[in-house]
Design a protein around this ligand. Structure first.
Ligand SMILES: [Zn+2]
Length: 263
């Protein structure tokens, strides 16, 4: 029995105890959502014990000079009906637990691209997320949107520092990196690769960070097709619209036969 199976078998309450408390994270109720409120108690963990649709066979990027835009850019091939939800700029003490509760409710794994400083500030939340079977990825230490224009030393610091903070908190070295704002350069890709990470971009972008309205986010995400990588956010501001939108989008995409995978 590995650690995650052990955690699953002892139940979420036990996990909370193992994670050193933070019981408030387990009781987080989404404001204004009383119709969906569950009975008091911890939300159930997701069923997937480990992230990754190719568990046991590490994912490879086919063209190492470009970031991955689509699941078809990865080998081994994703299931034909797979899509991947990526969630950036957390962890956030308010919105990340809301996101986790939503994903647990729909039994959907996701990939969280996390900002290193926030990882260090919210270790229990990051551990809860990783133990629920989500993938934790590196999104730099401080989220510099001008990453490609920084000095070589600063680029190294941002990418390696983000990598190390995730590894320290989760006990797992991150396998994926996303540049802030999707601002890539050959040097950024090279540094991420030197730290054993695949660079992951996206295909479907509702620009939820700009708070364009729940309806716009829903419409954009519903255009997703098999193989697409979707971009959403749990940090960087008020993410109520994003969470509202996903409550509609996730069941609708599942209904269409699409299957969410964590990278
Ligand atoms: Zn970002």
């Amino acid at each position: 029995m590995d650690r995650r199976q052990a955690l699953a078998s002892i139940g979420a309450a036990g996990v909370a105890a193992l994670l050193g408390g933070a019981p408030d994270l387990y009781r987080f109720a989404v404001p204004g959502r009383s119709a969906h409120a569950r009975a008091p108690g911890p939300p159930r963990l997701t069923v997937r014990p480990d992230p990754g649709y190719a568990r046991g066979r590490p994912l490879q990027v086919i063209d190492k000079t470009k970031p991955v835009h689509n699941l078809h850019d990865l080998a081994p091939a994703a299931p034909l009906n797979a899509i991947a939800l990526t969630i950036d700029d957390g962890p956030h003490p308010r919105y990340t637990p809301m996101m986790l509760d939503l994903l647990a409710e729909f039994q959907v794994p996701a990939t969280f691209n996390m900002i290193g400083t926030q990882v260090t500030e919210n270790p229990a939340l990051v551990q809860r997320l990783a133990n629920a079977g989500h993938q934790v990825a590196d999104h730099t230490v401080t989220h510099p949107l001008n990453l490609p224009r920084l000095s070589a030393a600063r680029i190294e610091e941002e990418i390696a520092g983000g990598h190390d903070r995730v590894a320290q908190v989760t006990g797992i070295a991150p396998k994926f990196f996303r540049a802030p704002g999707g601002n890539w350069s050959p040097q950024v890709i090279e540094v991420a690769a030197a730290h054993g990470m695949i660079c992951v971009d996206w295909q479907v972008d509702p620009r939820d960070w700009s708070r364009p309205g729940t309806a716009h986010i829903v419409r954009t995400l519903l255009a997703a097709k098999a193989g697409d990588i979707l971009l959403c956010h749990d940090g960087g501001g008020d993410r109520t619209e994003t969470i509202e939108a996903l409550r509609t989008v996730i069941p609708a995409l599942k209904q269409r036969g699409l299957v969410f995978v964590a990278l």
